[in-house]
Write a protein that binds this ligand. Structure first.
Ligand code: ADP
Length: 625
C-alpha cells in the first residue's frame, strides 16, 4: 500500500527531485554520515547495555556499485531501523537543517542554495529515480524495505534481509545532457567524493576497487584484480594536525555535522595536554541558528571519550553566553560508560569546560584586536549574548566579558569598546556617560544629551534593552563610573550655575510643590539650567531608569518596578516666566500648562500618555485662546 509523505516533507522532496542545483555530490556525504551515526549509536549501546555484543573491528560502511543495474548501494552494520522507525524517520522531515532549508527556500525562493544545506536523506533523490532502504534494527528480528520513487509516496514491506543495519539502494536517474548520473558508478568519482567529504568518518568506508597489477615482469603482463579497499583515513578531523586540514574540509565538516547551510565565521582548534588532556574543534556560526531564540534550542558540544561519541550535546561544556558555539570535544580523561549524572559532576569535565571558556575568550579577544571587521560581524549576531553574560549570575562573569562588548559611540558614530572610550576621554572627564532609548536617532535627540556633547564628551548610546542591565552590573570600568545622563543629579554645572539653580528652586518652592501634587506620578518637579534650548525633560532618581522600567513592563509577569521620575523645567526658557506668571494670576491655566509640559517630557522619554484625549483637549484650549 502506498503512503503519502507528510506535506512539508513532500515539498522538500519535490525540490530535491526537480533540483537544478549543480552540487548533487553531497548526497553521498549525507548517506555516509547517517550510516556513521547509526554505527555510533550501536557502539555506544554496546558499552552501556551488556546484552548487545559487537566487535569494534567489524563495524563498517560499504559502498557497492552495479553498472548494469545502474545502482549505487550504501550498507552499514549500525543500529538499524524498525518498521516504525522507517516510517517515522523517512516519511517526515526530522532534520533541523532540512527545516531551516525549507524556511530559507520559502523566503528567498532561491533554489540555488540547495546543497549548501545538510539536507539529509532526501538529498539522495537529487540523483535517484527510486530508492530502497532495507533495514533491520537490533531491537527486532524482522527486516523491512522502504521503497519510494519520490513524489507519489512510499511503501514499506517485509524483507528477508538478515543482517543488522541498513542497506540503501539508489537507482540512479538517467543521464541527461547536463547531468551524468552514471559518474556515480565510477570508482574514481566515488573515491574522490569520499575523500573530500567523508575522510574523517571513524569507521572504514570500504569499496571494491580494480587494481592494475603487474603479474609477469618479463612479459610485462598486467592483470586486473579486484580488491576491497578502505577509502577514508578514519582520522577524525579534530585529531589531525591543523596544518594538514584545509579550510574547506573544516567547513564541510561543520556544515555536515551541525546542519548549517553557511560556512562558519570562525574555526577554533585546540589540543591541550597537562592538567587535562583533550582536543577540540569549535565553530562560531556566521548567523544565529534558526531556532536559537526558541525554547527548543539546546546549547552544547559533542563529547567524545577517546574517540567514541558519548553525548551529542553536552551543555556543561559551554557557559550560557557562549551557547551559540558548536563543536566537538574529545578527551581521554573521561571514561566511556559513564552515566550522564556522574559525568556532570566529574572534575575532568569541569576542567575541560573552564579551559574551553578561556580559549574562546582568548580567540575573541584576538579577533577583536586583529580583525575588527570580522569581530563586528560576530558582535552583530551574538553580541547581545555576551551582554547577557555580564549581568547574569549576579555579574559573576563580568570581568571576563567586559572587554569583549561594544557600545555605540555618539562621537565616533560606530561601535566601540569601553577601553576605546577611555582612551579618547579628556583628562578632566570623570565618568563614562551614557543615554538609553529605543533607537540611536531617538537617543541623540534627548534633551539631556546636549549638555554632555557641549562639554566635548563622548556618550554611549544604548539602544538594546540588555545594555543598561549590563552597564548596571558593571557599575564601573577601570574605576570610571557609568553615569546615565538622564539621572537628575548629573553633576556638570559650575558652582555658580549650581547656586543659581538652587536659588531659583528655593524661590519657587511653592509653585513646584503644587505642580508635583497635581501630577501625582512624579517624585519631584524642579527648575534646571542644564537644558540648553529644550524646555523640559524627564529625569530619574535612583538606579531604575526609564528604559529599565519599560523592560520590566514588557515582561510577561509584570514586575512592579517603576523608575522615580523627576520633571525638570528649563529655567532659562521663556516657559519658565510664563509659568510663574500664571501661578500668580491664573491657576486654572497654570494647571493645564503643568499637565501639558509633563506630557511633553513623557513623550520625549518614549513613555505613553495615560489620557491622550485629555491632553489633546488641553492643548487645543490653550492654543485657541
Ligand atoms: P538526520 O540524520 O539529520 O536526522 P535524515 O533525514 O538524514 O536526518 O535522517 C532521518 C533519520 O533517519 C535519522 O535521524 C535516523 O534516525 C534515520 N536514519 C537515516 N539513515 C539511517 C541509517 N543508515 N541507519 C539507521 N538510521 C538511519
Amino acid at each position: 500500500m502506498k503512503k503519502q509523505f507528510k506535506s512539508e516533507s513532500k515539498r522538500l522532496l519535490d525540490l530535491m527531485i526537480n533540483s537544478i542545483y549543480t552540487n548533487k555530490d553531497i548526497f553521498l556525504r549525507e548517506l555516509i554520515s547517517n550510516s556513521s551515526d547509526a554505527i555510533d549509536k550501536l557502539y555506544y549501546r554496546s558499552l552501556t547495555d551488556k546484552s548487545v555484543k559487537i566487535e569494534r573491528e567489524s563495524l563498517e560502511i560499504k559502498i557497492e556499485k552495479d553498472e548494469k543495474k545502474r545502482t549505487l548501494t550504501i550498507i552499514d552494520n549500525g543500529i538499524g531501523m524498525t518498521k516504525e522507525e522507517l516510517e517515522n524517520n523517512l516519511g517526515t522531515i526530522a532534520k533541523s537543517g532540512s527545516l531551516a532549508f525549507k524556511e530559507e527556500i520559502d523566503q528567498k525562493k532561491d533554489i540555488d542554495i540547495i546543497g549548501q544545506f545538510g539536507v539529509g536523506f532526501y538529498s539522495a533523490f537529487m540523483v535517484s529515480q527510486k530508492i530502497e532502504v532495507t533495514s533491520k534494527s537490533i531491537e527486532s528480528d524482522e527486516a523491512y524495505t522502504w521503497t519510494s520513487t519520490g513524489a507519489d509516496g512510499y511503501s514499506i514491506e517485509k524483507s528477508s534481509y538478515f543482517e543488522n543495519g541498513t542497506k540503501i539502494v539508489l537507482y540512479l536517474k538517467e543521464d541527461t545532457e547536463e547531468d551524468q548520473y552514471s559518474d556515480y558508478l565510477e570508482e574514481y568519482t566515488l573515491k574522490t567524493l569520499i575523500k573530500k567529504y567523508s575522510d574523517y568518518i571513524r569507521y572504514p568506508i570500504k569499496m571494491e576497487v580494480v587494481k592494475h597489477e603487474l603479474v609477469d615482469e618479463k612479459e610485462n603482463k598486467y592483470e586486473d584484480k579486484i580488491e576491497i579497499e578502505t577509502i577514508n583515513t578514519m582520522i577524525p578531523l579534530w585529531k589531525k594536525n591543523k596544518k594538514d586540514v584545509s579550510e574547506e574540509e573544516y567547513h564541510n565538516f561543520y556544515i555536515d555535522k551541525f546542519n548549517d547551510y553557511e560556512k562558519p565565521l570562525k574555526v577554533i582548534t585546540s589540543s591541550v595536554e597537562g592538567m587535562t588532556t583533550y582536543k577540540s574543534l569549535l565553530f562560531i556560526p556566521s548567523h544565529a541558528p534558526y531556532d536559537y531564540y526558541t525554547k527548543e534550542y539546546e546549547k552544547g558540544l559533542s563529547l567524545y571519550a577517546s574517540g567514541v561519541l558519548i553525548m551529542e550535546k553536552c551543555s556543561d561544556l559551554l557557559p550560557d553566553y557562549f551557547s551559540f558555539v558548536k563543536g566537538v570535544v574529545d578527551s581521554e580523561d573521561l571514561s566511556l560508560n559513564i552515566s550522564r549524572e556522574i559525568l556532570q559532576k566529574s572534575n575532568s569535565l569541569r576542567t575541560i569546560a573552564k579551559s574551553i571558556e578561556t580559549k574562546l575568550i582568548k580567540e575573541l579577544t584576538t579577533m577583536l584586536k586583529e580583525d575588527r571587521e570580522k569581530y563586528n560581524e560576530f558582535f552583530k549576531v551574538f553580541g547581545t549574548q555576551l551582554k547577557y553574560g555580564i549581568y547574569n549570575n549576579y555579574g559573576m562573569d563580568k570581568d571576563k566579558l567586559k572587554d569583549l562588548v561594544l557600545f555605540y559611540s555618539s562621537k565616533e558614530e560606530k561601535l566601540i569598546t569601553l577601553k576605546e572610550y577611555l582612551e579618547k576621554m579628556p583628562k578632566e572627564q570623570e565618568n563614562i556617560y551614557y543615554a538609553s532609548g529605543e533607537s540611536i536617532n531617538k537617543i541623540a535627540k534627548l534633551p539631556q544629551v546636549e549638555q554632555i556633547k557641549d562639554k566635548g564628551y563622548d556618550l554611549l548610546y544604548l539602544s538594546e534593552y540588555v545594555d543598561e542591565f549590563a552597564i548596571s552590573a558593571l557599575q564601573e570600568y577601570e574605576k570610571k563610573k557609568f553615569v546615565n545622563v538622564c539621572r537628575d543629579n548629573v553633576d556638570l554645572l559650575s558652582d555658580e550655575e549650581k547656586n543659581q539653580d538652587k536659588k531659583v528652586n528655593e524661590e519657587n518652592s511653592e509653585l513646584l510643590k503644587e505642580m508635583k501634587e497635581l501630577l501625582k506620578d512624579v517624585t519631584e518637579v524642579k527648575f534646571t539650567n542644564k537644558l540648553k534650548k529644550h524646555p523640559v525633560c524627564l529625569s530619574v532618581k535612583g538606579d531604575v531608569s526609564i528604559e529599565m522600567q519599560k523592560v520590566f513592563e514588557s515582561m510577561p509577569n509584570d514586575i512592579p518596578i517603576k523608575a522615580e521620575t523627576v520633571l525638570e523645567i528649563n529655567e532659562t526658557h521663556p516657559i519658565c516666566d510664563k509659568l510663574k506668571n500664571l501661578y500668580q494670576n491664573d491657576k486654572d491655566t497654570f494647571n493645564k500648562y503643568a499637565k501639558i509640559l509633563y506630557s511633553e517630557a513623557r513623550m520625549i522619554a518614549g513613555l505613553t500618555i495615560e489620557d491622550p484625549t485629555e491632553i489633546s483637549n488641553l492643548i487645543c484650549d490653550v492654543i485657541s485662546k
